[in-house]
Design a protein around this ligand. Structure first.
Ligand SMILES: Cc1cc2nc3c(=O)[nH]c(=O)nc-3n(C[C@H](O)[C@H](O)[C@H](O)COP(=O)(O)OP(=O)(O)OC[C@H]3O[C@@H](n4cnc5c(N)ncnc54)[C@H](O)[C@@H]3O)c2cc1C
Length: 464
């Protein structure tokens, strides 16, 4: 086995030594993502500054069989960016430039390490809009967003990251640089390899730059929170609100989830009343939509499906309401939550939720279960919180036992066991729940074509 000293010397033939880190702090920090279920075990971290350096690194890695883990903002929730077997982490922190902006095409080409929020801000400065948005925007990177096909809170209106990718520059497992689709709107010339890279979680190539489409900014956005006594009524609320308003987001969270956010003391309860569940939704208000929102609220109150509500009266109140939903992940992190990020068709949410609710109550009577999610997309985040006195391993085993039951239910509904967080390390043993044997065999074949030496994020998504 290569010692870390001789490995660093080898790596220095591709990346200047000053941008190779082997100190403990870097290996720990860059060896993990947001999940806390694996111990970091990286051999080195490298910080390329150009596509040429990335290509040279991959060529070296392919000839010396050095495993590489691409690393973005490390906000991933499936262990995709974790280095657990002595891999070399390739951080894109130093590749964060905006290369080109074209106002006619309404596209921007950025390096993979650009922070998502910086992309959003750049679009706004140009009088345009980049609509994909989520709570980790301040840390996640565009390369990581593409590699995970990130979703978030505005998918309902604007779709997933995939929908905004007009071109990808990437380096395959042989060190070849590909320019995929090159920003074109129309390009029917065979297989669209760009889309293979979206959601590939670093297993097919290293993404070095991305061309993204920007759009017209929406009308001013209004935000409302409603209190809902029954989980099964959330979809009734969704149907009514969607029929009345130009929705851009529709999310839900439980009282338990909000309790963790309130406990941090940054925001206050939205109104005096409480209920086991809440929905937060956002709509464009160009004309008299606020009137329509209040009318639908009154109708829902009369039907008894909501018991309280608030419409934000200022931008700062709207931001605080959003924090009730967006701060949940961070506020429960100290409890090492076991996360299920599942999806069914929107029409099947009520039936699925009823069965899942009963299953969780029966299987986790002693654990705190925190629900929230992008319910307007059929996507539920179920977080089981680790009792403080339990060791992580004991807790994980207990959760994995229940996983089997949750996934069996999911299979009956033809759902997805990973709606938007990806498969990574944590969900790879469950891929067969959502993908057939034939599909998995084809995916392995594709991986072998792009990465014949198996050096790119080995063990992620498809297993070894
Ligand atoms: C508080 C919080 C809220 C979140 N909310 C959402 C949400 O609403 N919706 C959602 O979809 N996700 C959400 N996430 C998950 C996460 O932010 C996304 O998956 C995000 O896209 C990951 O980006 P990253 O740069 O942090 O990637 P990382 O975690 O660094 O990596 C993710 C995967 O991409 C690969 N990768 C990274 N960079 C590259 C590259 N340049 N080339 C090739 N492969 C690469 C990694 O190897 C890994 O497999 C949330 C996370 C947190 C912590």
């Amino acid at each position: 086995m290569t010692t870390s000293h001789s490995l660093a010397e080898q790596l220095a033939t591709a990346i200047p030594a000053a941008r190779i880190a082997t100190d403990d702090d870097s290996l720990q920090r860059y060896g993990r993502d947001w999940t806390r279920y694996t111990e970091p075990c990286a051999s080195a971290v490298v910080f390329p500054t150009s596509t040429e350096e990335v290509a040279a690194l991959v060529k070296l890695a392919a000839s010396e069989k050095i495993a590489l883990v691409p690393s973005g903002g490390r906000t991933g929730l499936s262990g995709g960016a974790c280095a657990t077997q002595g891999e070399v982490v390739v951080s894109f922190d130093r590749m964060n430039r905006i290369r080109d902006f074209n106002p006619i095409d309404r596209t921007v080409t950025v390096e993979a390490g650009l922070i998502t929020e910086a992309l959003q801000n750049f679009a706004t400065e140009q009088g345009l809009y980049f609509p994909v948005d989520f709570a980790s925007r301040g840390s996640s990177q565009v390369g990581g967003n593409v590699a995970t096909n990130a979703g978030g809170i505005k998918v309902l209106r604007w779709g997933m990251f995939r929908d905004w990718v007009a071109g990808i520059e990437c380096v395959t497992g042989t060190g070849e640089v590909l320019q995929l689709n090159q920003g074109l709107v129309k390009n029917n010339t065979g297989y669209d390899l760009r889309h293979l890279f979206v959601g590939s979680e670093g297993t097919l190539g290293l993404i070095t730059a991305v061309t993204l489409r920007l759009t017209q900014p929406p009308a001013p956005l209004a935000v409302m929170v409603l209190a809902v006594p029954e989980l099964s009524d959330i979809m009734t609320v969704f149907a009514s609100v969607r029929a009345a308003l130009p929705l851009t987001a529709f999310e839900f969270f439980s009282e338990a989830a909000m309790g963790h956010v309130l406990a941090r003391g940054h925001v206050r309860r939205p109104f005096d009343g409480s209920a086991p569940y809440y929905v937060i939704f956002e709509y464009e208000h160009a004309h008299n939509e606020d009137e329509a929102a209040l009318t639908v609220f009154e109708q829902l109150l009369e039907q008894g499906v909501v018991v309280d509500g608030v419409l934000a009266q200022s931008d700062s109140q709207a931001r605080d309401l959003w924090r009730l939903r967006e701060d949940i992940s961070e506020s429960i992190t100290p409890r090492t939550p076991y996360k299920n990020d599942i999806a069914v068709k929107v029409s099947q949410v009520p039936a699925f939720v009823a069965e899942l609710d009963a299953l969780l109550a029966e299987q986790y009577p002693d654990f705190e279960v925190v629900w929230f999610g992008h319910i307007g997309d059929g996507n539920l985040h179920i977080n089981i919180l680790r009792p403080e006195e339990w060791e992580i391993d004991r807790f994980r085993v207990a959760c994995e036992r229940v996983n089997e039951l949750v996934f069996a239910l999911l299979a009956r509904f033809n759902g997805s066991m990973s709606a938007e967080h990806g498969v990574g390390l944590l969900k790879r043993d469950y891929l067969h729940i959502s993908r057939s044997e034939a599909e998995i065999a084809l995916m392995r074949g594709i991986k072998a074509v792009f990465d014949p030496q198996g050096i790119l994020n080995p063990g992620k998504v498809l297993g070894q």
